[in-house]
Design a protein around this ligand. Sequence first.
Ligand code: PHE
Length: 339
Amino acid sequence: MHVIERLELLLKEAQQAIQSAGNARALEEVRVKYLGKSGLVTEVLKGLSQIAPETRPQVGKASNDVKNRITELLELKQEGFESKGGSELPLGWDPTLPGRRQPMGKMHPLTRVQQEICGIFKSFGFDQVEGSDVETDYYNFQALNVPPDHPARDAQDTFYLQKGLLLRTHMSPIQVRVMEKLKPPFKFVAPGKVYRHEAIDATHHHIFHQVEGVLVDKGIHFGHLKGILDNWVKKFFGSKVETRFRPSFFPFTEPSAEVDISCVFCQGKGCRICKQSGWVEMMGCGMIHPVVFENCRIDPNEWTGFAFGMGVERLTMFKYDIDDIRLFYQNDLRFLKQF
Ligand code: PHE
């Protein structure tokens, strides 16, 4: 056989051997077999002296080319092993296959709804502020005109910490925190976790989320409150949804109201979800009590305003027809993936 043909054959063989080498050791064996001291290609190079002088340069070049090509292939394969972090590369590994898709994370439904709630108020010009989960009795109760014997102060309802601290039972302390600092006019919303010492069931949890809102300016009256909340409800639930304001009581607002919305599932006709009434209670609200203004050194004769507070879980459950609040906290992907 002509030497050049023999070299081409060796290259083909070596190529195949390199391809099927499953690890670095097998690769080294291939190198020794072809390029080692008495390797097959090396032998051809050694025999050059016996070749006729006129073909020598041609054969010399061909054998060098083959040697270089094999070296190149060996290096490439070795790099493949190294980039895999080890010397083992499974047989049949194909680096040109597309990668495996990683599952994408999603926002928790409560986070999404909370952002949606605040986003609508921000489109009305409200700022967004944050408070602290740990509060003092003063901000959670006293400054909000909650009398010392109010049932909400009972250890049955409030998680008390050491040194007179407690976990906020509602987002309303943010009213006092902001009003102490800012000069009116202002309007803001504040989302956050609240804590109540309650037994857990399908509609109660000891941790849940509220969004509190406040607007203070000159000449603000109950009509403004109704206008803002009615507009908000129509943006959040849809333009056909109606609101109804029922008299209620909160120590920090006067007058106070509960806001009902017409049931989005039966259009107010009456169903299981609205307990046949056609209406569902959605939030508490009212005109900020003069005593609260005075506690924050704001003159109630000059400024008036309103506040409201809504439960994020409740709104989410109603919007998506979820009948058990515990689902939000169980981290069951079958539930979470639906949002
Ligand atoms: N803080 C009240 C609650 O948790 C809700 C509320 C906020 C009511 C603001 C009136 C004004 O129930």
